[in-house]
Design a binder for this molecule. Structure first.
Ligand code: CAA
Ligand code: NAD
Length: 283
């Protein structure tokens, strides 16, 4: 299967990173979002990252321009008609994702693969919204995408071997390491990571310690590059809550119950670094 052109749906922190790594590996990319301002923000993020690489002498200005010229901004989902692979990276909400997959299924050419960067939602359920469930797959990048080596690849019930192999090869062409996991809530990464983050939030909620000290314990004591509350802010507390809800609903076990403090912060709009306020203040 020859993949040359991709469409990234959602130009947020993940979508921008996914667009960047594909363009850097020679793919043509449509970077799509609902609003032009969001696409521009995503492109700015890519430009900033590439500029940092030129400053470090890893990329020439000419290479940077070539990479950027391969990214085409899009606010029309019909542009998916030119894509061999679509990677969806919008909000972690099943209803919204289903709607987008239905539309993508109508716009994308029959051979195209429809992938989702979902952190936790069932691939099989998303695939069932389309007329091509054998061509729907999970392609789960980690944040920040240009830095993190892992891509979890998750087959839905009907995903074909041909589609799995094509997505695995694409991930390898981005110099990432693909790991296949089964379609279970949170897959492997977030089934393990997110309960730890949720527990760190309970530790604040119960007054055991401050966010700063909890992060310090995990950084200095366990050698984590970021403490769990800094990481939660970095991921986005809205995304963390959605993931915990998926684990709670999916397994039906109260050990996955989202901490009330997490719900409170999301309700307050304190959803982390992307808005300047979460467990820490970034303004
Ligand atoms: N985008 C692109 N590149 C970035 C970046 C960003 N947002 N942040 C840092 N970098 C790059 C820097 O340019 C630097 O590159 P070089 O080494 O090539 O010069 C490198 O990363 C290291 O950066 P810094 O020295 O500034 O900072 P650091 O050493 O503290 O590393 C970090 C930053 C890589 C983000 C590190 O703190 C880290 O690994 N944190 C944990 C990240 C993590 O756990 N990610 C997974 C989140 S969970 C997930 O993604 C799944 C999900 O579904 C929620
Ligand atoms: P984000 O909030 O930064 O970006 C989401 C983007 O999607 C926004 O720009 C928004 O305008 C856009 N969007 C929303 N609805 C849309 C629609 N119908 N059509 C087109 N665009 C739409 O979110 P993010 O952190 O980039 O997360 C995106 C996805 O990636 C989620 O499924 C999340 O679970 C997953 N993910 C996130 C992380 C992380 O650390 N943040 C890591 C891995 C996977």
């Amino acid at each position: 299967m020859d993949i040359q052109t991709i469409m990234v749906v959602g130009a947020g922190q993940m979508g921008a990173g996914i667009a960047q790594v594909h363009a850097q590996s020679g793919y043509y990319v449509y970077l799509h979002d609902v609003k032009e301002t969001q696409v521009e923000k995503g492109l700015e993020r890519v430009k900033k990252n590439l500029t940092r690489q030129t400053e470090k002498g890893r990329l020439t200005n000419e290479e940077k321009s070539e990479i950027l010229s391969r990214i085409v901004p899009s606010t029309e989902l019909e542009n998916a008609s030119k894509a061999d692979l679509a990677v969806e990276a919008i909000v972690e909400n099943m209803d919204v994702k289903k709607k987008v997959f239905k539309e993508l299924d109508e716009c994308a050419p029959p051979h195209a693969i429809l992938a989702t960067n979902t952190s936790s939602l069932p691939i099989t359920e998303i695939a069932a919204e389309t007329s091509r469930p054998s061509q729907v797959i999970g392609m789960h990048f980690m944040n920040p995408v240009p830095v993190m080596k892992l891509v979890e690849i998750i087959r839905g019930l009907e995903t074909s071997d041909k589609v799995f192999d094509a997505v695995k090869q694409t991930a390898e062409s981005l110099h990432k390491t693909p790991v296949e996991v089964n379609d279970f809530p949170g897959f492997v990464s977030n089934r393990i990571l997110m309960p730890m983050i949720n527990e760190a939030i309970y530790t604040v909620y119960e007054g055991v310690s401050s966010p700063e000290d909890i992060d310090q314990v995990m950084k200095l004591g366990m050698n984590h590059p970021m403490g769990p509350l800094t990481l939660a802010d970095f991921i986005g507390l809205d995304t963390c809550l959605y993931i915990m809800e998926t684990l709670h609903d999916g397994f039906g076990d109260d050990k996955y119950r989202p901490c009330p403090l997490l719900r409170k912060y999301v309700k307050a709009g304190w959803i982390g670094k992307k808005v300047g306020r979460g467990f820490y203040n970034y303004n």
